[in-house]
Design a protein around this ligand. Sequence first.
Ligand code: PMP
Ligand code: GLN
Length: 423
Amino acid sequence: MASKLTGADRIKGTEKNIWVEFGKLAVENEALNLGQGFPDFKPPQHVIDEMVTAVASDNHLMHQYTRSFGHPRLVSALTKLYSPLIGQELDPNKNVTVSVGAYGVLFCAVQGLLNPGDEAVIIEPYFDCYEPMVKVAGATPFYCPLRPTKTGQVTSSRDWKLDPKELESKFSEKTKAVFINNPNNPVGKVYSREELQMVADLCIKYNVICLSDEVYEWMVYDDNKHIKIASLPGMWERTVTIGSAGKTFSATGWKLGWAVGPEELIFPMQILHQNCTYNCPTPVQEAVAGSLEYEMKMLDQPDKCYFYSLAKELQPKRDMLTKICQEAGLSPVVPEGGYFMMVNTTGLNVDFPDDGTNDPRDFKFVRWMTKELKLAAIPPSAFYNQEHKNLGENYIRFCFIKKDETIAAAGDILKKWSGSLKK
Ligand code: PMP
Ligand code: GLN
């Protein structure tokens, strides 16, 4: 008799996880870590103060369960923030829900909205968990890549485009949802209104739910503007917009995420959440609520409002990393948003050993770089399905939400290395 002391069939094939492997590798090798996306500096002081105040409060309820679908003060703050941005009068109880990070919200969306046998369209490169989440739900993913349309030593995420015909070919009458990540991780693309309209037209034509992951919504550079796809005509009723306190306030360990959308789509997510997590930590929600209220008072003062000041702080870091990569003979794709940079590594004639695995080139490259150069990155082919891994394997992904000295130290490593190659 076959052993029953095993995992469920539905998780088979989802064992590998880049964050687990490459996080461990960076720590074991004591490498300078431009891999996993987290800041190496503290959140703004007022955010920390909000948490301290919540925990030290005389109100004993601050330490107890709160409302399952989001602490009342938090959902109220989210409603105030997003109503004007989406162009809908949001109801805090019906149009907003929270979970454990954007991960938790994505899980509630996928499990709560997709049936086995449904199809989902995923735009590549995508945040890696979309694929296993869809498969575990019993649905079938179809993938459409953003393709680089320009070559050169320095290009822009703007040059990564969807082919409208290719995208439409992924839709069918079975398609229930499309995933879009704007600004995109790892490319940094910020979709133009025209590009969003093209995706929206397909959602409307095929009557599809749009899962719009906007965790980097405030991190946009130069003259780029982040547009919420939910604000386009005909999209509110079919869009779930996802955000993250960890990303918004540079506190990735706080693990609080939210979704905003029509009641018909938010309610199933709430049902899923109530029987899975029930509620998120009360003091974290209280602190995030207070932090959002603080920033909302500052919205017309971009120098003081963290939503804008963080992007202003990040842009020179992006430019510093671009220059470093360029000088080392690597080819960076300058991101319009987010805090990651794709860097093409094929310009350098580097000989790195085969590690004996069947993994794509970038996995081998990053493993080698982490061990030998003591510089950690993420292999972007992990953000593509098996068939399209070749589209990512000539790149590595660097994270630049780091202190200037960290980025400069990475520059020293890359300079030394590229200098040694020229000899
Ligand atoms: N979506 C994207 C695009 C991400 O990069 C991440 C990583 N933070 C998440 C979702 C998950 O966010 P959280 O840490 O809030 O769970
Ligand atoms: N979102 C983060 C990134 O892209 C990390 C997510 C994780 O560590 N699981 O780097």
